[in-house]
Design a protein around this ligand. Structure first.
Ligand SMILES: [Zn+2]
Length: 183
């Protein structure tokens, strides 16, 4: 321990960022959000803050190697959480906080018109995140999109490939077919 107030990492960073008006940011970045690029409002440092608008039901589960803090700004959401042998639904209402623990598959069902913040810390280099589809009959992973930081476009093309192919939607373990979007 030193008396100078400086840690072993040297001087703390200079503060340059002003506070951000979240709803103002949303209004200014409407086009970005409409293209599916959910934030980040603030990112690139130790923490990333994403603004997420509701897009309706989804079947995929997000698996992250770090915990995620959910803060619901507008509208209630239900987060489906998969744990060995069971699926739980967690209700997160306007003004409520919830944490998705690291490594737990979670599928936020965000109604259109809802708005939430998601805060996560930077992941270590080499770690990944995944979007997984599970077999309803046997719980096996049927399909996944994985990467260091999965971009919205990558996820969308993965989802399109999955939806278009019955083979991709067929569980290798038990043969059950995950329903497509129109089924
Ligand atoms: Zn199966």
């Amino acid at each position: 321990m030193t008396a100078s107030g400086e840690g072993s990492a040297g001087r703390p960073p200079e503060v340059t960022s002003p506070a951000i008006d979240v709803l103002g940011w949303l209004a200014d970045n409407r086009e970005l959000i409409d293209r599916g690029a959910a934030g980040p409002v603030i990112g690139g440092g130790e923490l990333t803050v994403l603004l997420v608008e509701g897009r309706g039901p989804r079947r995929d589960y997000h698996v992250n190697s770090v915990a995620e803090l959910f803060y619901q700004l507008r509208g209630d959401i239900v987060v489906s959480v998969r744990q060995p042998g069971r699926v739980r639904d967690i209700l997160v209402r306007t003004g409520e906080l919830w944490i998705a623990p690291a490594g737990v598959p979670h599928s936020p069902q965000r109604p259109v018109g809802s708005l939430g913040l998601v805060v996560e810390r930077a992941r270590e280099p080499g770690t990944t995140e995944a979007f997984r589809w599970f077999c309803a009959a046997c719980d096996a992973v049927v399909f996944e999109v994985t990467g260091g930081h999965v971009q919205p476009a990558e996820l969308r093309s993965g989802v399109a490939a999955f939806n278009a192919s019955v083979a991709a939607r067929t569980c290798a373990a038990c043969g059950t077919v995950v329903p497509g979007p129109g089924d």
